[in-house]
Design a protein around this ligand. Sequence first.
Ligand code: ZN
Length: 264
Amino acid sequence: MIRRAVRATALEILGRLRPFSRETTVRFLYGHSMSVEERATFRATLGMLRNHFEFVSVPHAVELVRTRPASGRYLCFSFDDGFRDNHDVIAPTLADAGATACFFVAANLVAGSDEVRRSILRDRLHTSPDRPTMTVPMLRELSRAGFTIGCHTRDHVDLAAISVDEATEQVLGSQADVAAAIGAPCAYFAWPYGRRANLPEAVLRAVAPHFTAVFSAIRSDSVFSYDGMAINRDHFEPGWPTAHVRYFAARPLPLTAGMHEDGA
Ligand SMILES: [Zn+2]
């Protein structure tokens, strides 16, 4: 309790003080969820970030990170899993701020049976089985409104805990499910739990050719991991105090450094 309070105070102070570099960068921030009550905080955070970055879509950010622009500071958002608030609260708040996002959804959390959905919420996401999730029409609506919809396996599984064949089926199956749901190709994938321990390289090699880009949840000093096959993202939540997000967003991540080094 005390440690947490000390950390929060430290982040508050450091977050206000940490200078933003002017270096060319492309930042990938990802989160999961927010409540209606957190809207004002997220608006303030978006206002702060806008002073330091140009907001871009995930597809645009992927292009930028690969072509390495000579100048500019870019930032994109993504949100994992498929909770209802992504559609109801996050998307409209982003749209109001002139920002967009990619939503990486576990296909069966959105399109699966009620029983499967409840077990994913309880057993994989360790949250209430009654927690509202997005529906297929909501995904389609977001896609038509210009948001990107990516996949996050069918059942939010740890891809290291099953066979390579099963893991490949979980990933490519979710890609097909999401494409069918939105009536458009699904070209982006983020793996559940997001660490190296959750993605055997053999699985990444099998699925990567089917996507424009694959995303981790590895916070690191380099843009890429897995020898350039995955793009790293930094965690934040829309309800975090603005100074805390500022602290992480101001962390230097030059595009030219460690392009192909593993971060974690
Ligand atoms: Zn997830």
